[in-house]
Design a protein around this ligand. Structure first.
Ligand code: 5AD
Ligand code: SF4
Length: 461
């Protein structure tokens, strides 16, 4: 791909447009509503940063906002329905006050069949922009404030071309001690169930020096938990491999944790496993989506590894890092999945011993290979498998968590949970509750006394 990076002149132009809007937006509020993954959360922080640059005050309450942007997810049908119903809710308000502007962006907006549906059925949506347009938010906002007609900012080129990287646009971080840092965008894997390669284009990496500088600045500002983000971080190639990038990002002074999301099992290298073991600033948590325990289904999914290869890698990770937590994603009810295939998934889960599983029911995504496969599985069967897997995982997680009783864990405080109980996260990303309030963003040692499948409890040492 040519011109991977957006030139500084274009970034300067966006800053200029933003500045030109400040008098018009004075006293006005904007709101970004986010669905989906961490990548989307981070995109929203960048959109919010650009909105602030344009002069808006950000609010979490859309009722106060005159500029509302809905950042959508397309990974499963459920996510799409939720985003559309969110958009629909503004219909009445929009009819009463035409000056309110509503924009829709993200993975759903990137797909042409969805855009057509939005244009047809959601007249309250004023504008749409794609996943590679975040650096142009000032220009989009200017258009929204002046245009008489609905408009869209989308790279219409084929999915194997779109995708560019912008550096230097502002980020408005939601949290003062936890941060996301994208290292790469897009995906080249084309797992047959997955919409991501169509919605986010081909893999492209940020420059090593840009990523490292962003992490360094965050550490200096006092951030304690930083996650490197990408659909498939192990194929990072912005000047070094991912293991080196992670090691370098975790090499600054001070107590903080580096995390990463997400790895593809075929690319998770021994070098990466060693960096996790040897670098004290790398969190002892590995999220390694397996998707299925049946080699036959994995082949149909185009995952490029077998059950045996996954098992070998998972056991190696655990052996090299005895205190690590290993989590995964599993899809139930992929087309043609038999009872025998599912039994293999169950037995793999038992053999590995995952700390947590994100279980999903297969959702056919228009345009993907699997959506047109014969042998779609009835919902009732998928639901049954989902429940069997969740029940078994509960027992496994309980057993793994019981082993923490009596141990001391270093916990990064999140302040209070929604029940008003002091809580935080361990290096394994386990939720830990304890007896005394500790301000969010501070580390504390907790002696574990109780364990459940989803959380640990203890007393401050
Ligand atoms: N249906 C169900 N789950 C899916 N995922 C991705 N695509 C689909 C789909 N079409 C799951 C995978 C992936 C996680 C982010 O979402 O398990 O790892
Ligand atoms: Fe989707 Fe597979 Fe890429 Fe993950 S690796 S984003 S599941 S295509």
């Amino acid at each position: 791909m040519n011109n991977l990076f957006i030139p500084q002149t274009e970034i300067d132009r966006q800053y200029e447009i933003a500045r030109s809007l400040v008098s018009e937006t004075a006293g006005k509020k904007a709101c970004v509503i986010t669905f989906g993954c961490q990548q989307n959360e981070n995109d929203s922080e960048r959109i919010a940063g650009a909105l602030e640059l344009c002069g808006y005050e950000m609010t979490e309450n859309p009722d106060e906002a005159s500029m509302i942007i809905i950042n959508t997810c397309a990974i499963r049908e459920h996510a799409e329905i939720r985003a559309l119903s969110e958009a629909g809710q503004f219909k009445g308000r929009k009819e009463r006050d035409r000056s309110i502007k509503i924009g829709l962006c993200g993975c759903m907006a990137q797909q042409s069949h969805r855009r057509e549906q939005i244009y047809k059925s959601y007249p309250c949506v004023d504008f749409v922009f794609g996943t590679d347009m975040h650096h142009r938010v000032p220009e989009i906002i200017k258009n929204a404030l002046t245009a008489k007609k609905r408009f869209s900012f989308i790279t219409e080129s084929k999915h194997d071309e779109f995708g560019i990287i912008s550096e230097g646009m502002p980020v408005r971080r939601e949290n003062s001690y936890k941060a996301w840092v994208p290292v790469m965008y897009g995906c080249n894997n084309f797992c047959t169930y997955c919409v991501v390669p169509y919605a986010r284009g081909r893999e492209r990496s940020r420059r090593r020096e840009d990523v490292v500088a962003e992490v360094k600045a965050l550490v200096e500002q006092g951030y304690k938990d930083i996650t490197l983000l990408g659909q498939n971080v192990n194929s990072y190639n912005g000047g070094c491999d991912f293991a080196e990038l992670l090691d370098e990002c975790a090499s600054f002074d001070g107590e903080y944790r580096m995390r990463f999301m997400t790895s593809h099992p075929k690319d998770a290298s021994d070098k990466l496993i060693d960096v996790i073991a040897s670098n004290k600033n790398v969190a002892k948590h590995f999220h390694l989506p397996v998707q299925s325990g049946s080699s036959r289904v994995l082949k149909l999914m185009n995952r490029k590894y077998t059950r045996e290869q996954y098992l070998e890698k998972a056991l190696k990770i655990k052996e090299k890092n005895p205190e690590i937590s290993l989590t995964t994603d599993i899809i139930c009810g992929f087309p043609t999945e038999t009872d025998e295939d599912f039994a293999e998934t169950m037995s793999l889960v038992k053999a590995v011993g995952f700390d947590m599983i994100y279980t999903f029911i297969y959702s056919p995504r228009p345009g993907t290979v699997a959506a047109n496969m014969e042998g779609q599985i009835p919902k009732a069967v998928s639901n049954e498998r989902f429940k069997a897997l969740s029940d078994m995982e509960n027992d496994i997680a309980q057993e793994l968590n019981d082993k923490f009783i009596g141990k001391t864990l270093r916990v990064l405080s999140d302040g209070l949970n929604k029940n008003g109980v002091p809580c935080g996260r361990s290096t394994q990303n386990k939720i830990v509750t304890y007896d005394k309030f500790i301000p969010a963003g501070e580390f504390v040692d907790v002696v574990i006394e109780t364990a459940g499948a989803y959380a640990l409890g203890g007393k401050i040492k």
